[in-house]
Design a protein around this ligand. Structure first.
Ligand code: MTE
Ligand code: MO
Length: 377
């Protein structure tokens, strides 16, 4: 699996964990391009990287559908049966920017949980495949009490052997709106092994966790999956619960990410020489089909906010991030705090500090992004 990593990923990837492999691109390359090259797309794995032979591959669709079927890749790619779709989609891990919550982690005498992501656990790619809705239709449709679709990945969890395969679910309503793709192509290339070859799910506007890689089975079910990854992980807990008091039923299942943003340049602790304006760059994203409408920056810790001019924001789209650039006015010399926040098209915005968004599980670090730099004016 390490061989696959070296072959498929950029030499500058930051390896957060070697096994299971988890990596993100370095800061300066995160928003370098509106579309993330495959070699720089972050990777989140809970187990090994299965090597699947396309010819032997079969997808099973069963559970509460009228006529369960299995499909080969050839069946799925047959355009006379399934119209293909191609879409540019941003995928964000619910753990993006977790490192900021970790820095506030009081712990309870044990290790810091979860992968220590910075701002790079987000990426945008053009995916090609078919709408899952069409496949359900091909199986005669759902039996009336089916309300969710469960996705099975070939890989198994390494953290806890009792978990077994990577299995999660999404509601039928999401599938019905053609917002769930079964994808075999990423940026015009066959899906890389590390990203789920030969077939993966892409759920638009949901956290990355629902976009199951190395998909081999889809099952129609009545209620959200009881599989451990869906029912016990990716939950948003209240701060006051304490680590050992969390019961899954007390957590909110994280599906759509709230609006968030990050400063990718300059970097924390940099000394920036300028003549009244500091060039800043970064990304902004909102889940659930909402998009960044305005990005604002402050050079004084969050008192005065300057809007990024519309022409300095990349194109807006329902399922994609926007990269931005601004020459931020600043006339002080010394340590300053640059802050970035975004308003989405529903006028949702970000909490002003990490502490306000701190939660057990350390998910959804959506607070305004803050960095300290030394300004030489
Ligand atoms: N699918 C399988 N089979 N196994 C996994 O570990 N991780 C999920 C999701 N799908 C995962 C998976 C998580 S948490 C995220 S954020 C995305 O895949 C990451 O997708 P990527 O590695 O292609 O960036
Ligand atoms: Mo994730």
């Amino acid at each position: 699996s390490w061989k696959t990593v070296l072959k498929e990923k950029h030499p500058e990837m930051l390896h957060l964990l070697q096994f299971p492999y988890n990596g993100e691109p370095p800061k300066r390359l995160v928003t370098d391009k509106a579309i993330t090259p495959n070699s720089l797309h972050f990777v989140r794995n809970h187990g090994g990287i299965p090597l699947i032979e396309e010819k032997k591959f079969e997808l099973q669709l069963d559970g509460l559908v009228k006529s369960p079927k299995t499909y080969t890749m050839k069946d799925l790619m047959d355009e006379s049966i399934f119209p293909q779709m191609e879409k540019t989609i941003t995928m964000q891990c619910s753990g993006t920017r977790r490192i900021e919550q970790i820095s506030l982690y009081a712990g309870q005498g044990d290790e810091v949980p979860q992968a220590p992501w910075a701002e790079g656990a987000i990426g945008t790619a053009r995916y090609k495949g078919i709408s899952l809705k069409k496949l359900i239709k091909d199986c005669g449709g759902l039996i009336s009490n089916a309300k969710h679709l469960e996705f099975y990945g070939v890989d198994t969890y390494v953290k806890d052997l009792s978990v077994g395969n990577y299995v999660v679910s999404v509601p039928w309503s999401k599938v019905k709106s053609n917002e769930v793709i079964l994808a075999w192509e990423m940026n015009g290339e066959p899906l890389p092994k590390i990203h789920g070859f030969p077939l993966r799910v892409i759920v638009m506007g949901y956290i990355g966790a629902r976009s199951v890689k190395w998909l081999y089975r889809i099952k129609a079910i009545k209620s959200p999956s009881l599989a451990p990854v869906q029912s016990r992980e990716y939950l948003y807990f209240n701060q006051q619960m304490g680590k050992y008091n969390q019961r899954p039923m007390d957590g909110i299942q994280i599906q759509e990410m709230p609006v968030s943003s990050a400063i990718m340049s300059p970097w924390q602790n940099q000394v920036i020489m300028h003549s009244g304006k500091i060039r800043c760059k970064g990304w902004a994203y909102s889940g659930g089909g909402r998009w960044p409408e305005r990005v604002e920056l402050s050079a004084d810790g969050g008192f005065n906010w300057y809007a990024v001019p519309e022409e300095n924001l990349s194109k807006k789209g329902k399922w994609t991030w926007r990269s931005w650039e601004i020459d931020l006015p600043c006339d002080v010399e010394g340590w300053i705090e640059i802050v970035c926040r975004c308003w989405d098209n529903s006028l949702n915005t970000q909490p002003l500090n990490v502490r306000a968004a701190w939660n057990w599980g350390l998910h959804v670090t959506s607070s305004a992004h803050r960095i300290k730099i030394y300004s030489v004016n």
